[in-house]
Design a protein around this ligand. Sequence first.
Ligand code: FAD
Length: 382
Amino acid sequence: MNNKPTIAVIGAGLGGAAAGALLQQAGYPTKVYEQAPAFARLGAGIHLGPNVMKVMRRIGIEEKLNAMGSHPDYWFSRNGMTGEYQSRIPLGEFARENYGAAYITVHRGDLHELMVSTLDQDNLHFDKRLVDVDDSGDKVVMTFADGSIEEADLVIGADGVNSRLREKLLGPEAPIYSGWVAHRAIISAEKLKAYDLDFEACVKWWSEDRHMMVYFVTGDEKEYYYVTGVPEPDWNHGTSFVDSSREEMRKAFEGYHPTVQALIDCTESVTKWPLLERNPLPLWHENRLVLLGDACHPMKPHMAQGAAMAIEDAAMLVRCLEEVGAENYQQAFELYRTNRFERASRVQQVSHDNTWLREDEDPAWVFAYDPFEVPLKQPTSQ
Ligand code: FAD
């Protein structure tokens, strides 16, 4: 292996794109393989906390994101029925001063497009679904669904909740359906002008067993977005999402505050997604293969930190390769796991419990984290 090994990243989702960009920036000959033929601007938003924005700074797109996104001054939690405030978590200037970067909300498609644009386009390969890997020699041999075969010194599985790489390491096991679904809809803010109601920049409406998280996904506040968490005992659709309807939303949020009813009235189309989880994995890497993001710790999205954990993983993985020297890749992978397992597992648990920011609490342990600066813990068993 030369000084910088060749690296294949499987999956160009948010974690894979971050890994690819940071590896290429650090001088690793990196190829990214994505199963999709292209990406579409699906109707969804995403929170990017200061912890993620610090990684975006390294990738070189922080300013573009700041210009693109909405900058809420607070995360509000409100009683879904009465509207009473349960928490007011300061973001805005407070986040910039205390956590080291902005807290923004953006359109997921816009974010993804921007992240993918930072990759070396000659080494980004669409329509490449990994079907098998052979890690028994000096190189990893990858086989793709189109019959092509590629090699790399190291392979990163950033291939999401149904990761083929995870399956290779740990055997086939379907993710756990959490018993909850998420509805997602984008609403034109223009329509909301008809209501004498306040549509806040970032607010989560809660009741005992369900919620609706609402925020703008563009800096010009033209697109407003909601994502829910609603119990549904079974998911038998066999697809990653299905269409929902205004009627279904009305039923799910019956009795909720007039602001929520207005959002449902303004909904033109809404989709419904099963929320999938896994218990913390016993293995994150083996020999020349390593996992990140949803491939190793998928979670309910109720903390809005799933992609954040994938992106932090990518940053920590590259840091550990640089720290130890990539020729000692097994040591680097173990250093990476040691420094990510506890945090990712804790975020998985809080997301599962759905307690995050429901009442006033200090979010610094999540937002102030910087994967490039946090002191590294050494593995105990090496
Ligand atoms: P993915 O984004 O799933 O990317 C995996 C990629 O790998 C995909 O592009 C896929 O096509 C590709 N792939 C899969 N298999 C193969 C293969 N065999 N060969 C090649 N390519 C392959 N997170 C946040 O941080 N903030 C939020 O506000 C937020 N909101 C959410 C709302 C909902 C309703 C849901 C469901 C999730 C939300 N998340 C949020 C979580 C977030 O979407 C995921 O945690 C994140 O996308 C994980 O990134 P990833 O790169 O690990 O996986």
